[in-house]
Write a protein that binds this ligand. Structure first.
Ligand SMILES: Cc1cc2nc3c(=O)[nH]c(=O)nc-3n(C[C@H](O)[C@H](O)[C@H](O)COP(=O)(O)OP(=O)(O)OC[C@H]3O[C@@H](n4cnc5c(N)ncnc54)[C@H](O)[C@@H]3O)c2cc1C
Length: 52
């Protein structure tokens, strides 16, 4: 999975998820696994709050 910053690139995807929290990351994972072109936009990779 490519985790490089897409800010300098022009992306064309079917689905764009705003927010890389647990919900956004899980949704992105499930969509990607189902074969959907998806990008998750977030200000940071890791959420400082805990989940689980
Ligand atoms: C202080 C605190 C402590 C917690 N501790 C625990 C714990 O120990 N264990 C536990 O299981 N849960 C804990 N939780 C709860 C847990 O953090 C949440 O249940 C979980 O983060 C919710 O995930 P989410 O993906 O729905 O939302 P979030 O984690 O809030 O993710 C949403 C993301 O979207 C981003 N975003 C919002 N608007 C935009 C926009 N317009 N464009 C781009 N990005 C955007 C936000 O910056 C954020 O990164 C805690 C919560 C808090 C506040």
């Amino acid at each position: 999975m490519d985790t490089t910053s897409p800010s300098a690139e022009k992306l064309q995807v079917r689905c764009c998820i705003a927010g890389g929290g647990p919900a956004g990351m899980m949704l992105g994972f499930l969509l990607a696994r189902a074969g959907v072109d998806v990008v998750v936009l977030g200000s940071r990779i890791h959420n400082p709050r805990r989940s689980g």
